[in-house]
Design a protein around this ligand. Structure first.
Ligand code: GAP
Length: 459
């Protein structure tokens, strides 16, 4: 990201791919992400989000909601629950089909998902790490089981949802009637999903508890292709708009052997990191699979009657389903940069070039010296006033260069410094993260100046 005059634009220059360890280390050190239950040794594939992580996640969620729900007249939102009736997962096909096939190397005992093995290893039945012989594939269902009720014998076995979108089909009829939505229309949701992944790993990339965002867009069958193309392009452009490295994004059609059990056609929006090209969001042609199956299993007719033509049909569905956690991870990988020492910065620095909308802290207010009471009082007062408008941090520990660097590392787009001139003319220095340029502003000009640059300005 670069600052030109007063506009912030995303840069397209390429830089080397960031090693995952850098992000894992930054995340823990600065309070973005921690291993869950760490004091007990942790649980593989489960993480917690720290003070900065929760701000970043909320900003990511809010921007998605704004672009998918708030600004579309034909899309509404819901928040369904994690636990549903167990029959939902029979109807959805997950009890039967939501499986991973796994092979274990007889020599090094490493386990691999069959669908992720390189072709030659699969053909030669050879371990990609040690070259040893691979055992027979074993099949694992990914659904996480749980129980409703307390009395033994009366408890009902069900599942933590394996994909968040099922609530949308369950609530479809209620939403359509209560919101008076007519086809074509969409329902959005952001929510947790749970999978007993057989190979969790790569930090947030493959977890056992994670968060998805879904749009399920209901259409007349004759308009399926039009809306499938529309949402595929729109979602691709959306992702392009939030990253610096545009050349690391691509759309890839699924081959017939990759399609999920519910999809007739699918595209992945993929992003390239040290893990290679990997899925960020899936665009699925779900057709009438979901509503037909839920009609059949529940005995409730989920067909739709066109108010004008009176035609009755099961709506077809275009799904766009992405991961909040993968967005979180990809944004960090995309934004992280280690800058060598330069004319402006003698020591070099780590900088997170996050878009100001996503930055967890929008502004840091820094008194030049902490032993000068007037500087401290003025800086604290500015911080208190800005805090009501945006996330602001007050910091008076260490020299000013160190403090700038601390903020660069977490992606804070602006630092406001209160110095001796402030006490004379009520001006402060505003230092911008990317170009490290500095300007002087009147204190009273700060709110408008910062709000325009860091808050949601989506025109
Ligand atoms: N309803 C369709 C569905 O669930 P999916 O491709 O399995 O499709 C959608 O998941 C998105 O959820 C993925 O593109 C990815 O961003 C995210 N996702 C899936 N499994 C994940 C996992 N184990 N950990 C983190 N994110 C995951």
């Amino acid at each position: 990201m670069t600052q030109t005059e007063d506009k912030i634009t995303l840069s397209t220059e390429d830089t080397p791919l960031v090693p995952m360890e850098k992000i894992v280390s930054l995340s823990k050190r600065r309070g973005f992400v921690y291993p869950n239950s760490e004091i007990y040794g942790g649980v593989s594939g489960i993480y917690d989000f720290g003070p900065l992580g929760v701000e970043l996640r909320n900003n990511i969620r809010r921007y998605w909601w704004w672009s998918m729900v708030q600004t579309n007249d034909n899309v509404v939102g819901i928040e369904g629950n994690i636990i549903t009736h167990p029959r939902v997962w029979e109807a959805s096909g997950h009890v039967e089909n939501f499986v991973d096939r796994l092979v274990e190397c007889k020599n090094c005992k490493r386990r691999f998902r069959v669908d992720q093995l390189p072709k030659e290893n699969l053909e030669q039945n050879k371990c990609p790490v040690c070259g040893g012989e691979l055992g027979e594939p074993r099949v694992f269902n990914l659904m996480m089981e749980t129980y409703i009720g307390v009395v033994e014998g009366e408890r009902m076995k069900t599942y933590l949802r394996g994909e968040a979108c099922q609530n949308i089909y369950l609530d479809y009829d209620n939403v359509q009637k209560s919101s008076r939505m007519q086809i074509p229309f969409g329902i959005c949701q952001i929510g947790k999903a749970f999978r007993n992944e057989v190979t969790p790993g790569n930090f947030l990339f493959r977890q056992r508890e994670f968060e998805q965002w879904d749009l399920q867009f209901f259409v007349h069958p004759s308009e399926m292709q039009k809306w499938f193309d529309y949402w595929r392009e729109r979602r691709f452009e959306w992702y392009k708009g939030i990253i610096n490295h545009k050349d690391r994004l691509r759309l890839r059609p699924h081959g017939p052997d990759e399609l999920a059990h519910y999809a007739k056609q699918a595209f992945d929006i993929e992003y390239r990191t040290v893990l290679g090209w990997q899925e960020w969001e899936g665009i699925h042609w779900r057709q009438d699979w979901d509503l037909s199956r839920h009609s059949q299993f529940s005995g409730q007719d989920l067909s739709y009657t066109d108010p004008e033509t009176k035609e009755r049909y099961i709506p077809w569905i275009v799904e766009t389903s992405g991961g909040v956690d993968r967005t979180f991870l990809n944004l960090l990988l995309d934004a992280y940069e280690e800058e060598p020492p330069s004319g402006k910065d003698k020591e070099g620095r780590t900088v997170l070039r996050l878009h100001p909308w996503f930055a967890p802290v929008k502004v840091a207010v820094l008194p030049l010296q902490k032993n000068k009471e007037e500087l401290v009082t003025t800086a604290r007062d500015i911080h208190k006033r800005l805090q009501r408008l945006m996330v602001s941090q007050y910091d008076d520990v260490a020299n000013i260069g160190r403090r700038y660097r601390r903020q660069d590392e977490i992606g804070t787009p602006f630092c406001v410094t209160v110095d001796f001139q402030t006490l004379e003319d009520q001006t402060v220095t505003v230092r911008e993260r990317d170009g490290m340029t500095q300007i002087r502003l009147q204190i009273k000009e700060l709110p408008a100046y910062l709000l325009e640059r860091v808050m949601w300005n989506y025109s």
